[in-house]
Design a protein around this ligand. Structure first.
Ligand code: 5GP
Length: 207
């Protein structure tokens, strides 16, 4: 469980998108602002070419993953396309306490678990313009074989059918528009009354 007071410090933002939606590109732009921190997840899948341990993911064995679940280290986890993925508590708490906005780049099951454990979290779903565009982007990336791509496109359709459970939908057609939409969401969330009650009191008390 994330405690209420932890969430109040920084904002917890969940971003879900089927792979190939351009989520990595969007987050790379957003993370140029140091106040954002993207949690590095643990996974049991093998690294893709160019991926680095501790940067893209912590690549760990299924045994270690299970041990971390048993020890309560996982804030949330899910099985996706035959592999485990999970967010480590330590990655999130520390940064929220520092006042940074923490982004969790996670799939739908994990997002719904966060929704339950931290109702203040803001859930954003990134949509591709179409499934055909998504397949094309995966083929162009060239990191998966045809069978894996078909499996991921099927998984994408299943995930997109759950997008209505999120707070915001951003279509990633032109990346700069998607980045601008994301920052607008964050700004609007920060201006919500529920996040600014202290300011009202401050003004009244300094009358
Ligand atoms: P990929 O293998 O393409 O890197 O990731 C596959 C899916 O797992 C993506 O939808 C990604 O967002 C999700 N994912 C990555 N890390 C986590 C995590 O810590 N928890 C959950 N629930 N999903 C994750």
């Amino acid at each position: 469980m994330i405690r209420q007071n932890v969430c109040k410090k920084g904002m917890l933002i969940v971003v879900s998108a089927p792979s190939g939606c351009g989520k990595g590109t969007l987050l790379a732009q957003v993370l140029k602002d140091d106040n954002f921190y993207c949690s590095v997840s643990a996974t049991t899948r093998s690294p893709r070419e160019g991926e680095k341990d501790g940067v893209n993911y912590w690549f760990i064995s299924p045994e270690e993953f299970r041990r971390r679940i048993d020890e309560g280290d996982m804030l949330e986890y899910a099985e996706y396309c035959g592999n485990y993925y999970g967010t480590m508590r330590s990655q999130v708490y520390k940064r929220l306490n520092e006042g940074r906005d923490v982004i969790l780049e996670i799939e739908v099951q994990g997002a719904m678990n966060i929704r339950r454990s931290c109702p203040e979290a803001v859930l954003v779903f990134l949509l591709p313009p179409s499934l055909a565009t998504l397949r094309h982007r995966l083929e162009k990336r060239g990191t998966e074989d045809e069978e894996t791509i078909s499996r991921r496109v099927g998984e994408a359709a299943r995930e997109i059918s759950q997008a209505e459970k999120y707070d915001y939908i951003i279509v990633n057609d032109a990346i700069e528009d998607a980045v601008s939409d994301f920052l607008t969401v964050v700004r609007a969330e920060k201006l919500k009354t529920v996040n600014n009650n202290e300011k009202i009191n401050e003004v009244l008390e300094n009358a």
